[in-house]
Structure formats: C-alpha cells, structure tokens
Design a binder for this molecule. Structure first.
Ligand SMILES: [Zn+2]
Length: 164
C-alpha cells in the first residue's frame, strides 16, 4: 500500500475542507441519484459555482448561512469584533449578488441553496423543490427554443414569398 506523506495528507485534508463541504455533498448526491448530471467547480464562470448543470443552463451555489449572510436564525454575527464581521459579511453578500448578476447576463439560471435549508426537517422539501425547479427550467428553455425556431421558419417562408 502506498504511504501518503504527512505533507501530502495535510494537503488532501485542506482540499477536502475548502471544497467538499458537507452540505454541497448532500446536494450533489441527491442530484446524481436522480439522474441530473453536473460538473464540479467550473472555474471559468463568475463566482465559481459549486455545481454546474450545463443541460439545464443552471449554476447552483450551496452557501453557508454565516459567510454569505443569510437572513435566518443560523446567522448570528459574533459579539466580539462585531463591526469587522459585519463589514466582511456585507462584502460577501454584495460580491455574491454581483457574481449572480453576471451569470444571469450570460444566460445562466442561478439557484442558491442555504445550509439551513438542508436541516433534517426541511431537507426533503428543499431537494424535491430543486429537482422540480430544474425540470421546469429544462422544459421552459426547450419551449422557448422551439418557439424561436418556429418564428425563424415563418420568417424564412415570408422571405421566400417576398422574392420576385
Ligand atoms: Zn440560513
């Protein structure tokens, strides 16, 4: 069996802690089990979304309530250095908002799932809503595309008819 050096192991641990946070794994696992295929850490996109579903033109962010400043009971700013934390979290909030705006301008749908929405009593509802939303997005995008094609065909016919 290959021995992993101490250095390498701590590197691995660091990568686990930075990217594979537990809430994200729960969401991914559910999506995969239900036939939704995705890419991870699609770094070319603004904000580095946690999960990218190209077929659905959708980016999913799984956000911790504290760092991203969710307006919920999970979010309690620490009593010490209150001002520092409030500034920092407000900055994160604004950055999130700006990145999501950029993604929408690029034609992506953006879904945010909050840590508190994955708590025992609400997780089932959250994940089912997510699947429902994705299917809805897929069907809506498809019908918009078909509509555009239809209009395109009509225009083609008009062009032909207008020729002498
Ligand atoms: Zn929350």
């Amino acid at each position: 069996m290959a021995k992993i050096s101490k250095e390498k192991r701590s590197k691995i641990m660091a990568s686990i802690h930075s990217k594979n946070t537990k809430p994200e794994i729960i969401v991914r696992h559910y999506l995969w089990k239900n036939g939704f295929r995705y890419r991870l850490n699609y770094n070319r996109l603004p904000g580095h979304p946690d999960i990218v579903l190209r077929k659905y033109r959708t980016c999913i962010f799984v956000n911790g309530c504290f760092w991203h400043g969710h307006n919920c009971p999970n979010f309690r700013p620490p009593k010490t250095n209150k001002e520092f934390w409030e500034t920092k979290i407000q900055h994160n909030r604004e950055r999130d908002k700006e990145e999501q705006r950029q993604l929408r301008d690029m034609g992506w749908h953006v879904i945010t799932i909050w840590e508190c929405q994955l708590k025992k009593d609400v997780i089932e509802h959250t994940l089912k809503s997510l699947a429902f939303t994705l299917n809805h997005i897929f069907l809506t995008d498809k019908s918009i595309k078909n509509y555009r094609e239809m209009i395109g065909n009509i225009n083609k016919h008009i062009d032909i008819a207008a020729e002498p």
